[in-house]
Write a protein that binds this ligand. Sequence first.
Ligand code: AQP
Length: 331
Amino acid sequence: MTGRIFSGIQPTHGIQLGNYLGAIRNWVKLQQDYECIYCLVDLHALTTVHDKDAMTRNTREVAAALLACGVDPKRSILFAQSNVAAHAQLAWVLNCVAPIGWLNRMTQFKEKAGKNREKAPVGLFVYPVLMAADILAYKATHVPVGEDQKQHLELARDIAGSFNNRFAEGFFPLPEPLILGEATRVMSLRDGRAKMSKSDPSDMSRINLTDDAESIVAKIKKAKSDAIVGITYDPENRPEASNLLTIYAALAERSRADVARQFADTPFSTFKAELADLMVDKLAPITAEMRRLMDDPGHIDAVLREGAARADAIAAPVLEEVYAEVGFLRP
Ligand code: AQP
């Protein structure tokens, strides 16, 4: 074991291909070398999901997806964030350390709040502080994420450093981002310049891990393309071709250059058919296992209950140390 990994995923919807290639597939591999703590961040999801049944359903579905992808609950800790009190408690302490100016720079808040900034929930603004608390409650050393979370991770490091400077030098390790693989930023199938996202209103923009073969084939067929023959990697001028090429390379676990060589003279429609075949091949076993797990919610709940107890056993003592460092009386 070379360190402690923490990473989270929001149960806002089911899992999309970007979550899988940018994060979860790496989570599974990292179990070989690290102590891993994986969290369904439902407190974060509450910033956007205000539907009781959807929250419960999504949490079980995302848990099923992680298990189906190969997160092993015997080896790693898998749990839901709201079941370990230290996340929210530590977030409050960090809210009292992090300056508003740092949060004002977060691009994800600007994107998610959009024009309606005044009406955005406060939780959306302090989302990155809760994310810092998630990581620091376990004194995690490494955090595997997609490109989109890099800025939040830098903020977590700054907040950890600020706490250390004020209260206890060296208390929190400064967590390192792990941005791994070819597909660190999978783009929408409808717009090669927008990130593939679970909450994009268009279902055609993404591949869900619950999609059957027929929908995968249809979505890839309808994915935006261009009129140039031959698939090349040129994100500036050919964002859609570059995205599909990247997805192919990531799924095949080959380099982009190698895949680009193979399809250098291939028409777009032929390439798309090959990509759809590969995708169905790779995702169908995961989807089938997810369905099997989702038929047994009692099992999923038991896995999450046990994970929460193990997570709490690590985080609660860290919180106690934090409370002692800031001078809270513990009578
Ligand atoms: N398109 C993507 N490409 C590569 N990685 C991605 N991730 C998300 N989208 C892509 C990575 O997946 C992990 C979990 O993400 P999250 O659930 O915390 O939320 P997110 O980043 O906001 O993902 P979504 O799908 O866009 O969710 P919504 O629509 O609910 O906001 C992270 O490691 C993330 O980098």
